[in-house]
Design a protein around this ligand. Structure first.
Ligand code: ZN
Length: 237
């Protein structure tokens, strides 16, 4: 069982784009699981083995107890019925209230396809006759996190109190980040100012809600509001 299930195309996407929500939910006492669709074996830097070790280190930082890999092909992620079924099965085994996934329109095709596979799995996960050998379960909410491509957020989560934990988790991916001694090809993430750019993005969304750091999410459909005063009540008194 996981209260929150985070789907990602590659190991490190969950931390880079949605690490604040993960750290925040763990801090609030919720159980959080991460399901990586691929092992990142096509990544420009590092190997699948290195990335698995880095993910394990990030799990420890974030307090993640569930982390699985669906071992779909990196760089060749496609919207197949088999891929959808694997995601349906993961949802049914962990029975989350909230599912997060990449944005379906992201610049990186693996991210966009991962987002679409998850979006197409949430609904049929509730079908009684869709057989995966696991009891049906339809999560009430799907929220897309932001990788490359920006979008007008449905909500911005205040992640100021977990920013340092989030950053520490990202820094576990040493094969991907700047290393002056590395002879591997350079990528956007490996540039010396990447962490500064990452910080600037979440400072920007923090500023949108009057917080130091904020993480943007796009909801899959309108969300019911039970108490319209409580949801907007100012936190600063
Ligand atoms: Zn990625």
């Amino acid at each position: 069982m996981a209260d929150v299930l985070v789907f990602a195309a590659h190991p490190d996407d969950a931390e880079l784009a949605g690490g604040g929500l993960i750290a925040k939910c763990v801090k609030l006492g919720y159980s959080v699981g991460i399901i990586d669709l691929t092992r990142g074996e096509l990544g420009t830097r590092g190997t699948a083995l290195e990335r698995a070790a880095e993910s394990a280190a990030a799990d420890e930082v974030l307090g993640i107890e569930i982390r699985e890999n669906l071992r779909l092909p990196d760089g060749g992620l496609t919207e197949t019925l088999e891929a959808r079924k694997l995601v349906v099965d993961a949802i049914r085994r962990h029975r989350p209230t909230l599912v997060t996934a990449p944005c379906t329109e992201d610049l990186h095709p693996d991210h966009a396809v991962a987002g679409r596979i998850v979006a197409a799995a949430v609904y049929p996960a509730g079908f009684a006759k869709y057989d995966t050998g696991t009891p049906r379960c339809r999560p009430p909410a799907l929220a897309h996190y932001m990788n490359h491509t920006t979008f007008p957020p449905s909500f911005i989560l205040d992640i100021s109190d977990v920013w340092e934990t989030r950053l520490k988790a990202v820094k576990c991916y040493r094969s991907q980040l700047f290393n002056p001694d590395s002879l591997e090809p350079k990528t956007g993430i490996s540039s010396p100012d990447f962490l500064e750019r990452l910080s600037a993005r979440f400072r920007h969304f923090g500023a949108e809600i009057g917080a130091k750091y904020g993480e943007p999410y796009l909801l899959h459909r309108p969300t019911p509001v039970v108490d319209p005063v409580a949801i907007f009540r100012r936190q600063d008194g």
